[in-house]
Design a protein around this ligand. Structure first.
Ligand SMILES: [Zn+2]
Length: 128
């Protein structure tokens, strides 16, 4: 009895349980087409299924989210470093240029957008 397994995330093939041990419950799970699988022996088909179906393959949205989170964190870290060194240089705290670092994600977005537009414009010129 095989409960519903999601198709292979690599090739879309049908996954199958492999019972290669004396204990009938213990199993591994892998794709019947590309042999892609989880490199682990599970204590039950249920555990194997949960691991297989719960696997998260990063999509475009998740990658974008991670990219923007990384840029935002980087801007905050750079800001804190800049603020610290500015304080040391001045000897007093004040609002200075280091606050511009907090706008790094905005600058990055604009920069990325402009570059993409340029590439698109150049492509259109070449195609004409
Ligand atoms: Zn596969």
């Amino acid at each position: 009895m095989h409960r519903k397994l999601k198709p292979c995330p690599f090739c879309g093939g049908k996954p199958e349980f492999l019972h290669i041990f004396e204990n009938k419950e213990k199993c591994m799970i892998e794709c019947s087409v590309c042999d892609g699988g989880i490199d682990k022996v599970f204590l039950s088909e249920r555990a194997a299924k949960a691991a297989w179906n719960g696997r998260v393959i990063l999509g475009r949205k998740a990658k974008r989210l991670i990219k923007w989170a990384a840029i935002s964190i980087l801007s905050v870290i750079l800001f804190l470093i800049g603020k610290e060194s500015a304080l040391r240089e001045r000897g007093y705290s004040a609002i200075g240029g280091e606050y511009l670092l907090l706008l790094l994600p905005v600058f990055y977005y604009i920069f990325e957008r402009v570059i993409k537009d340029w590439i698109e414009a150049i492509r259109e010129l070449i195609e004409k």
